[in-house]
Design a protein around this ligand. Structure first.
Ligand SMILES: [Mg+2]
Length: 237
């Protein structure tokens, strides 16, 4: 399947289990080995596409020579290391200040200051879902930032890119484009990418439970993704 493709992989919930906090994620050597093997097998037509900052993904994945779209597609890092980043909006500082003040008296809420977003994680305080959502909605209205809901997180992010746009940008380059694109991801933020690969003649692979999705295929969990990718790295006998 993958030999003639460009492969796009989400990170959290796809290659690694989602951790209690973004900093708590564990990336074992097997994941790095699989990524290195895939990069060789695909002749460099491999990109990691995440809501995390690109630098964070590069550090976690040890992704030498692998393309990265970070911050939900706002940052594009080519396999050469050349990186395109937008200018940070002042609205983020306003949002960050208000989210921090909201979270301070709520135990379990975690505020993440990202280069192009502000994330409010409530994984350790699930009862705060509704309060976090209403704060995020009102801040989106006030600041003009986009509300990006994820798994146990609300993020306010700058407009101007999403994972689908990142896929299209990579596929527009001869460096990355050959055959059909395949995107593997688990979260609501991956749907724009599932739509993009479908438009480009490829297919999305949803990780997790069946749900309403633009993906054509599904794998049940991270373990199945890693087994599938490992097989794809092995030479044809
Ligand atoms: Mg994910």
């Amino acid at each position: 399947l993958l030999d003639d493709s460009t492969l796009f992989l989400d990170f959290d919930g796809t290659l690694v289990e989602i951790a209690d906090t973004p900093g708590g994620v564990v990336v074992d050597a097997r994941v790095r080995d699989i990524l290195a093997g895939l990069s060789i097998r695909l002749g460099g037509r491999l990109a990691l596409v995440s809501g995390r900052p690109a630098a964070d993904i590069a550090r976690l994945a040890g992704a030498e020579g692998i393309a990265i779209a970070g911050s939900h597609g706002l940052e594009i890092r080519w396999p050469t290391g050349e990186t395109a980043t937008p200018q940070r909006s002042a609205s983020l500082d306003i949002a960050l200040d208000k989210v921090r003040r909201f979270a301070a008296p709520h135990p379990g809420l975690l505020v993440e200051d990202k280069p192009f977003g502000v994330a409010l994680h409530y994984r350790a305080a699930p009862a705060s879902h509704a309060a976090c959502q209403s704060l995020a909605l009102s801040l989106a209205e006030e600041t003009g930032l986009l509300l990006q809901p994820g798994k146990m997180v609300f993020e306010l992010k700058m407009s101007g890119g999403d994972k689908g746009a990142a896929v299209r940008a990579f596929m527009a380059s001869p460096l990355m484009s050959r055959g059909a694109p395949v995107f593997v991801g688990d979260d609501a933020t991956d749907e724009s990418a599932f739509n993009a690969v479908a438009d480009l003649g490829g297919a999305g692979v949803l990780v997790g439970e069946q749900r309403e999705t633009a993906a054509l295929y599904r794998l049940p969990d991270v373990a199945h993704v890693l087994d599938w990718l490992q097989q794809a790295c092995e030479p044809v006998s």
